[in-house]
Write a protein that binds this ligand. Structure first.
Ligand code: OOB
Length: 568
């Protein structure tokens, strides 16, 4: 059923016609800047895959990964990566093919991702929460040739979902499974952990197949404002810098023990500085499938974790759960918090209670990352979201007409720089909306410059709900609602929530007078294969929605009305 296509001419790399776009489907930086970023040492001209061998040479027997009882030294990591890489090539996967990676935090994630990168197969970071709808979109958009999933995780059958995807997507040739394959159409990943021949020959073969540093190394998902996630193609050059520089500003070193409890396919735990930043300096990565406090605290205690990253909702849970006599978090030196707004009151409780330093991280899959400084005063760390990590990150804060606002006033943040690509992968019309003609990425975040020189995130222009760091596009949900027979008008907004920051609230004017319950509405999203975190958590009915001057739902007003109802 799965022909081994060894000589692909219609791969996505060549699907765009003409110009440099054809190289990798990505909007490149202007050549003069590429030269400058290289001259300044931001871009080292190395591929991420080639680093694995360098790490093995440098850090050899030290432990690189810990996943439960499984401990993997740097030398073993390099051997595993090369073995899997050779097997991927044997399956017919080639430089430029895309591979969806949908794994929970586990050592197989790291090995498979680095193996793919080593031979130029582009891992596309699909989060475990994605369901058919999101996966189909991703796989189609990148013409994925392979997908790697757990067999079953948290009682959900990923293998079954992946196999069903292959029915509708002819280019999806391989389903790789961590666990037992149940079909002849699936391949067990653990079967790819051995290979014929000696390691040296294998290494040479792989070096010959290595991609170039300017090629796309991996794809990250944007939170997305207009419907389904958009894809951000990150090159070896820019992502290597992303992780290396992040490691520097976070003070990582060989003694770092980094706990990954957030989903590792996300830019924050993956490369900011996360797993890659830790491996680069010879530290140790501890992988945990969930930030649930009991297991997280146990892991911190057992492995003497020194650094971890969390979204605000997780930090809050940790602060509540922590009991000084019962838990030993004494090894923890730094907790990095980002992904959504951290309330200053919560920020101020971190150090006194958990006994570690706090670093705020305001980043995005599109590139720019801001960190508070390790030696910033505590009020600055509590009140600001940090400053761009690279001296050549360019930022502007602009009003609705695109003019710079006076210093200190709020406006939309625009950015360019050595690790912020100039467009989405096959971005089409989205690129014109999200990027200015001269390459600035419109973040959609409303920020102001703090007297310390750091940025403060004040709000956002983009129509997103930020649920515990997971971004939900209002428009994507509204599109579905408008397709339901009983919906006359619909608007989706985020309502503030102590636990997860914001929850999805659906505001509806019905056409039939029937008012379905929340469960029924959620069932509609389940039927359409939506990821669970996007499901509405509150529904409110209105006789008419408040409208703006130009007739769009007035979401500001709507939020006020919802707050009033909540109080009443
Ligand atoms: C991170 O990346 P994404 O792509 O999931 O989301 C980016 C958006 C930002 O544009 C902003 O709206 C929001 O998430 N955000 C924050 C924030 N960090 C991200 N809003 C307020 N305060 C913060 N500290 O979320 C991400 C990527 C790399 C590192 C850290 C976070």
């Amino acid at each position: 059923a799965f022909p081994q296509v060894t000589d692909r001419v219609h791969g996505w790399r060549f699907a765009d016609s003409g110009g440099h776009m054809a190289r990798d489907g990505q909007v490149p930086w202007p050549p003069s800047l590429m030269a400058e970023y290289t001259a300044k040492g931001y871009w080292r001209g190395v591929t991420l895959g080639s680093l694995v061998g360098e790490w093995a040479d440098r850090y050899g027997p030290r432990t690189a990964l810990v996943d439960g009882d499984r401990r993997i030294a740097y030398t073993e990591l390099a051997a595993l990566v090369d073995t899997v890489a050779v097997n991927l090539v044997d399956l017919g996967l080639r430089d430029g093919d895309a591979m969806l990676v949908q794994l929970q935090n586990c050592w197989e994630f790291v090995v498979t991702t680095l193996a793919a990168i080593r031979v130029g197969v582009v891992p596309v970071m699909a989060l475990p929460t994605y369901r058919e709808r999101e996966l189909t979109h991703l796989a189609a958009h990148v013409e994925a040739a392979a997908i790697v999933v757990p067999a079953v995780w948290r009682r959900f059958d990923y293998q079954d979902m992946a196999l069903r995807l292959t029915d509708s997507l002819p280019h999806l040739r391989h389903v790789l499974v961590v666990g037992d394959p149940v079909s002849s159409r699936a391949i067990g990943l653990h079967g790819l952990l051995s290979a014929e021949g000696d390691a040296q020959t294998r290494g040479k073969l792989l070096d010959d197949l290595a991609p170039r540093a300017t090629d796309v190394a991996l794809m990250l998902m944007s939170g997305g404002t207009t419907g389904l996630p958009k894809m951000i193609a990150r090159t070896h050059n820019d992502y290597e810098y992303n992780a290396r520089r992040s490691g520097e500003v976070s003070g990582l070193g060989p003694e770092t023990v980094y706990l990954t409890a957030l989903p590792v396919g996300h830019n924050f735990p993956l490369g900011s500085p996360g797993v890659l930043g830790t491996l680069m300096v010879g530290g140790r990565v501890v992988l945990l499938p969930s930030p649930e406090p009991r297991a997280a605290f146990a892991a911190i205690e057992r492995e003497r974790v020194t650094v971890t990253s969390a979204v605000p909702a997780v930090v809050q849970r940790w602060l509540e759960y922590y009991e000084p006599g019962r838990h030993d978090l004494s090894s923890l030196e730094l907790i990095q918090v980002g992904g959504a707004r951290l309330a200053p009151e919560v920020a101020l409780r971190v150090t006194p209670r958990l006994g570690c330093r706090l670093q705020q991280v305001f980043g995005m899959a599109e590139g720019l990352i801001n960190y508070t400084g390790l030696d910033d005063p505590s009020d600055v760390v509590a009140e600001t979201q940090g400053r761009p990590m690279c001296p050549d990150d360019e930022i502007r804060i602009v009003d609705d007409d695109g003019a710079d606002v006076p210093e200190g006033l709020p406006g939309e943040l625009l950015t360019r720089g050595p690790y912020t690509p100039r467009g989405y992968f096959r971005g089409g019309v989205h690129n014109a909306q999200s990027f200015t003609p001269d390459g600035w990425y419109r973040t959609g975040d409303v920020v102001r410059l703090h007297p310390s020189g750091n940025l403060v995130v004040e709000g956002r222009k983009k129509d997103l709900i930020n649920r515990a760091g997971e971004k939900v596009s209002a428009q994507e949900l509204e599109d579905v609602l408008y397709g339901l027979p009983w919906v006359a008008r619909a608007a989706v907004v985020g309502v503030p929530d102590d636990e997860v920051g914001e929850r999805v609230c659906v505001c509806v004017v019905t056409s039939s007078g029937t008012e379905p319950g929340l469960a029924e509405v959620r069932a509609e999203f389940a039927d359409r294969g939506f990821a669970l975190y996007k499901f509405p958590e509150r529904i409110e009915f209105f006789d008419e929605l408040p409208l703006t001057d130009i007739g769009k739902p007035d979401k500001k007003r709507l939020r006020v009305l919802l707050a009033e109802r909540q109080k009443a």
